[in-house]
Design a protein around this ligand. Sequence first.
Ligand code: NAD
Length: 368
Amino acid sequence: MTSEITTPAELKKMDPVFGQLSFDNHEQIVFCNDKDTGLKAIIGIHNTVMGPALGGTRMWNYTNEWEALNDVLRLSRGMTYKSAITGLNLGGGKAVIIGDAKTDKTPEMITRFGQFVNSLSGKYITAEDVGTTTEDMDRIHEVTKFVTGISIEKGGSGNPSPVTAYGVYMGMKAAAKYQFGSDSLAGKKVLVQGNGHVGETLISHLTKEGAIVFVSDIHQDKMENMVAKYGAQIFTGADLYAADVDIYSPCALGATINDDTIYKIKAKVIAGAANNQLAVEAVHGPILRERGIAYAPDFLINAGGIINVYGELVKYAEGEAMRKTENIYNTTLEIFSFADKNNLTTQQAAMQIAENRIAQRKKENAAK
Ligand code: NAD
């Protein structure tokens, strides 16, 4: 503590956990350390009112531990909203492992992490995320049952990306209906930024429907693959955000809607898979609204993946995950309508509905 810190307010700013900017009344934060395997992980349990906190484990080479803590706080909160708006009986949680997934990950480290998950007795249930794989989940499954996203051979639901992509496609169609008066994407110009697991399946749905798809990725071979397989066109303009398209679909990274990009965007619809697309929700949400851009909230339309892994816990009837994912279309339309009626951004509208559901369930739980 430095000598300049004198007031209680200044001291509060220094609070390492509960004073973090991303802290949002999280229920529990678990720091996991194992000297033998080099594991350093943080499990964030944001809210368990609706059910156990389910969310993936991200392995990332964070610059420092603050960054890792901030990420797990932000991501676990997002999961609470995602599950609540989707109508799943799940709370919000997420985990991060500090390290480079390519060079630092070992089977022993993953097993040890699984043991930490197990020690929480089901309050937190893990799954894959950036830097972890189905194979890792299978390994975790050897030491705990509180894991989803395990391989089909081991009784799981496998790769969730195709279901996520289908949900994004449904959300995009709903946003188009709201904005253009028809949910047909035939002839619409769509720019898909990020041509990975989700991006590719989304592109296949779009081109099948007759949309004119432009692709952008940091890997040239991925873009060329989209051209060869689906007849997409590589975006060659100088500035992707200023592209003359109807729909912008961020499927790579978060925070692409920020101070530098927001006033350049010409698209009238934004609908994509990336998490946390708005750099600052309270700033960039209202600007999109003022500019008449229909934004389909990311945590709503990219929920197909969690719907799919949830099926592992509740043993869905066949086709149920896809049916629930298809319903993202209706929910997205409801959000646009609720936002207009209440003079809210779509992000605020979706969050408000999710919060109401959680408050209602809290009451019901208390009355039991
Ligand atoms: P992925 O890693 O398979 O694909 C991401 C793609 O984006 C890669 O091809 C990568 O080369 C590209 N990329 C990275 N930086 C880029 C940049 N600056 N510009 C253009 N392209 C760039 O990931 P994914 O599974 O397809 O997920 C895509 C996004 O959706 C991620 O943000 C992820 O968190 C989110 N998401 C995925 C799922 C899922 O089920 N996979 C579920 C919910 C949310």
